[in-house]
Write a protein that binds this ligand. Structure first.
Ligand code: SF4
Ligand code: SF4
Length: 109
């Protein structure tokens, strides 16, 4: 097999594996986002927390400066739209994102 330039399976790098605990935190999943990002209208928000619970990248976290609300993190949001689909009050909408704004908005509200 080595003569054919193939690598034995035992020498292949593991796929989909986190090499150490907490290493997913370092992935800039926000870099995958396209040309739009989710924005929350807090006047419609009922503070249910579904955006926080369902976001696969923990891009929403409790907002310490506004109890019950959730703040959005552009570094981790990959723009999948799950939060928009799951919000029971349609409080989250897409907003167009220009390249120069890519990491600009600190909070989607
Ligand atoms: S899912 Fe919608 S209503 Fe619930 S906390 Fe998030 S933005 Fe507010
Ligand atoms: S679009 Fe919503 S659910 Fe998807 S990664 Fe961004 S904040 Fe999370």
């Amino acid at each position: 097999m080595a003569d054919e330039g193939l690598v034995p399976w035992r020498q292949l790098a593991l796929g989909m594996a986190m090499p150490e605990a907490g290493s997913a935190k370092r992935f800039n999943t926000g870099d995958w986002r396209g040309k739009r990002y989710p924005v929350t209208d807090r006047d419609k928000c009922i503070k249910c927390g579904l955006c926080w619970i369902t976001c696969p990248d923990m891009a929403y976290l409790p907002d310490e400066s506004a109890e019950g609300y959730y703040k959005w993190d552009s570094y981790y949001c990959k723009g999948c739209g799950i939060c928009i689909a799951e919000c029971p009050k349609q409080a989250i909408e897409w907003r167009e994102e220009k390249e120069e704004d890519k990491y600009g908005p600190a909070c989607g509200s």
